[in-house]
Design a protein around this ligand. Structure first.
Ligand code: ADP
Ligand code: MG
Length: 399
């Protein structure tokens, strides 16, 4: 990875400001944490720092409070769950800067952990504001970034603070970057990339990049409709991004030049509404008025799974259809099974694709499940992650 990690610094007795991504899903009614995977993902770094007798100060955001205090987005339930998982108390304060935070930090002993309040309660967090960064930085001696899921954002607690304190990576950051690098510039080949999800517009840059890197590119989900429309098919009532048809045409032309395999659906499962109990299989040139393509069809499913056969590396982002509905989940489930069965090094990123794979019970058969959908795409686009770039380089390994 080329960056210094927690293992490269002496943290004993030091105030370590650790940024994590504890942006966990909450139950709308009870406010309870419905999935604590993001908390668990940060445990190796937290345990390591506590074992090394750091005074550990943890920062995170939760949801989108838009720079205001929102009681339902306080981090108290997260502190409680973290404390359970660690088997030791985790103190929590009601602000991330100012007198209450300073007093709590001053009282912190080596080997103890403190969770600061949701950093996004301050509008300065997302603005990467200088004065706010200084107040945060004053709480610690070392900055550790383990928030891979927010590494593509240049916010005060993810990037700005790294300019004020010695800054190193946590174990999750290191694991994510090492795994995703295998789907980057120099993959073990054949490399098959599968891109799906709702819209082309979210993923144009990553499609362009993967067209260069991958040996085969498989396209599914809503975005396939825009490509099919660009090829001249009438997609009827399907989700098509009219303003992206020209872009799709350009991508198709570029692909034709490269001569690499680019797979689009031959058949789809259509419905008249998302609530249809059962879809109908149609060839892509046979949609009728009112038809919405909501999943890939069985011929396409088989072709896509077959395309994985010789892969040595597979990256997957974005479901093949509206997998939330059973009638339109078969394509996503078939690909999930295909990826799970593959002997390739397999990586899945993207909130919905990860949810689909977990729902199918196949999570433990995947080599790497990324905790950051957006961040993993930015990384694969070849763009810099600000929360990573700000960390110190290892002297022996400047790459
Ligand atoms: P990820 O979170 O894995 O990156 P996205 O957020 O890009 O994936 O897309 C997931 C969403 O795309 C899901 O809610 C799914 O229902 C929707 N989707 C997939 N296929 C279609 C389709 N054919 N038409 C409309 N929506 C679709
Ligand atoms: Mg999503």
């Amino acid at each position: 990875m080329g960056k210094k990690t927690v293992e490269d610094c002496d943290v004993r007795g030091k105030r370590v400001l650790l940024r994590v991504d504890f942006n966990v899903p909450l139950d709308k009614e009870s406010g309870a944490i419905t999935n604590d995977e993001r908390i668990r993902a940060a445990l190796p770094t937290i345990r390591y720092l506590l074992d090394k007798d750091a005074r550990l100060i943890i920062m995170s955001h939760l949801g989108r409070p838009k720079g205001q205090v929102v009681d339902s987005l306080r981090l108290d339930p997260v502190a409680a769950r973290l404390s359970e998982l660690l088997g030791q108390p985790v103190a929590k304060v009601d602000d991330c800067i100012g007198p209450v935070a300073e007093a709590a930090v001053a009282a912190l002993q080596p080997g103890e952990a403190l969770l600061l309040e949701n950093v996004r309660f301050h509008p300065e967090e997302e603005k990467n504001n200088h004065e706010f960064i200084k107040q945060l930085a004053a709480l610690g001696d070392i900055f550790v970034n383990d928030a891979f899921g927010t590494a593509h954002r240049a916010h005060a607690s993810t990037e700005g603070i790294g300019h004020f304190l010695p800054a190193v990576a946590g174990f999750l950051m290191k694991k994510e970057i090492s795994a995703l690098a295998r789907a980057g510039k120099r993959p073990v080949r054949p490399y098959v990339a599968i891109i799906g999800g709702a819209k082309i517009s979210d993923k144009i840059l990553v499609i362009e990049e993967l067209m260069k890197i991958a040996d085969k590119l498989i396209i599914g989900g809503g975005m396939a409709n825009t490509f099919l429309a660009a090829q001249g098919y009438d997609m009827q009532a399907s989700l098509v991004e009219a303003d992206k048809i020209e872009t799709a045409k350009a991508l198709l032309a570029k692909q034709a030049e490269s001569g690499k395999t680019f797979l689009l659906p031959q058949d789809v499962v259509v419905g008249k509404s998302l609530e249809d109990a059962q879809g109908e299989v149609k060839a892509v040139d046979a949609l009728a008025p009112g038809d919405m393509a909501l999943d890939i069809g069985p011929v396409t499913r088989a072709a896509y799974v077959a395309a994985l056969a010789d892969a040595k590396t597979i990256f997957w982002n974005g479901p093949m259809g509206v997998f939330e509905k059973d009638a339109f989940a078969a394509g996503t489930n078939a690909l999930a099974q295909g990826v799970a069965d593959s002997s390739a090094y397999t990586i899945i990123g993207g909130g919905d694709s990860v949810a689909a794979v977990e729902k199918a019970g196949l999570g433990d058969q995947i080599n790497h499940i990324s905790t950051g959908g957006g961040a993993s795409l930015v990384f694969l686009e070849g763009r810099m992650l600000p929360g990573l770039a700000v960390l110190e380089e290892r002297e022996d390994d400047p790459a």
